[in-house]
Design a protein around this ligand. Structure first.
Ligand code: MN
Length: 287
């Protein structure tokens, strides 16, 4: 079995009077949601989304498709409430989730995303962003119209192209990755990303072993850097992977290949050091 350890933290920040972020920590499902809308509508949207997501998610029998379905149901719920209540009209929310699912007979972590909250993966000390932001500026980067450094200061960087509640049907980005022991997944709302650089995030995630402590410290860093928005962070560690990393290591050593072409397809990601340089010290079974 894949075993997880996790921690979370949320804070209203310094610039807002209420926290419109919501989150769910219900192993094996974890999600953050960043609500938007007038008055308290943002809070309603993000809470509705995570509650429906949690209710629809079927732990134990979940797949990538069923996680997409749960996010789609959350979207319909937010859309429905916004349509029924003039005070809530126009509300929406991001959602970024990670969940343990079974795909092709094997446990995977499925990453689902709509909006500009993010999932990152820290693997072998390297931080990579797993999700695409659904914002006007990031879309222009993907289409080659803008450089990433231009997107960071672009006036439309906060204008979202996709959120829950915008339409009765939405596209959900969702894909599986194979979890390896030592992997650390970070879910966060933009209240973290807008205040703290990826390299600062990576450095903190490498330093703090305890996930709850890492989550709390990331939130504190965002507050100290200005805390202009609500901040929500979930850190999920893979603490056991059914010896998948050992098996991958052995297979790769045999093939004489270190799996470098993993960038295009995240299901192909393999620990970077697997099969390389571990020739003296790999007999730890049975202790
Ligand atoms: Mn936000």
């Amino acid at each position: 079995m894949t075993a997880l350890r996790y921690g979370s933290a949320t804070d209203v920040g310094r610039g807002r009077s209420n926290n419109e972020d919501s989150y769910v920590v219900a192993e094996p499902l974890f999600a953050v949601a960043d609500g938007m809308g007038g008055h308290a509508a943002g809070e309603v949207a993000s809470q509705e989304a995570v509650e429906v997501l949690k209710g629809e998610f079927e732990a134990g029998s979940a797949t990538v498709d069923s996680l997409v379905h749960a996010v789609a149901e959350a979207n319909r719920a937010v859309w429905g409430r916004a349509a029924d209540d003039t005070d809530l009209r126009g509300m929406g929310t991001t959602v970024t989730a990670v969940a343990l699912v079974v795909e092709d007979g094997e446990e995977h972590l499925a990453i689902a995303n709509v909006g500009d909250s993010r999932a990152y993966l820290l693997r072998q000390g390297e931080l990579s962003q797993l999700t695409d932001d659904h914002s006007v500026a990031e879309q222009m980067v993907r289409e080659g119209q803008l450089l990433p450094e231009e997107a960071a200061v672009h006036p439309q960087r906060h204008v979202l192209t996709r959120v829950l509640g915008m339409a009765p049907e939405i596209d959900v980005d969702c894909f599986p990755i194979l979890p390896y022991k030592g992997d650390r997944v970070l879910l966060c709302t933009d209240g973290l990303i807008n205040e703290v650089s990826d390299s600062q995030i990576a450095s903190l995630l490498r330093r703090r072993a305890e996930p709850a402590e890492a989550a709390r410290e990331l939130v504190e860093m965002a507050k100290e850097a200005g805390g202009h928005d609500n901040i929500t962070v979930i850190v999920v560690d893979v603490v056991d992977d059914d010896e998948r990393s050992e098996l991958a290591s052995a297979a790769l050593a045999e093939a004489g290949d270190n799996g470098q072409d993993g960038t295009g397809d995240s299901t192909m990601l393999v620990p970077a050091t697997a099969g390389a340089g571990d020739d003296g010290d790999d007999e730890h079974e049975g202790d």
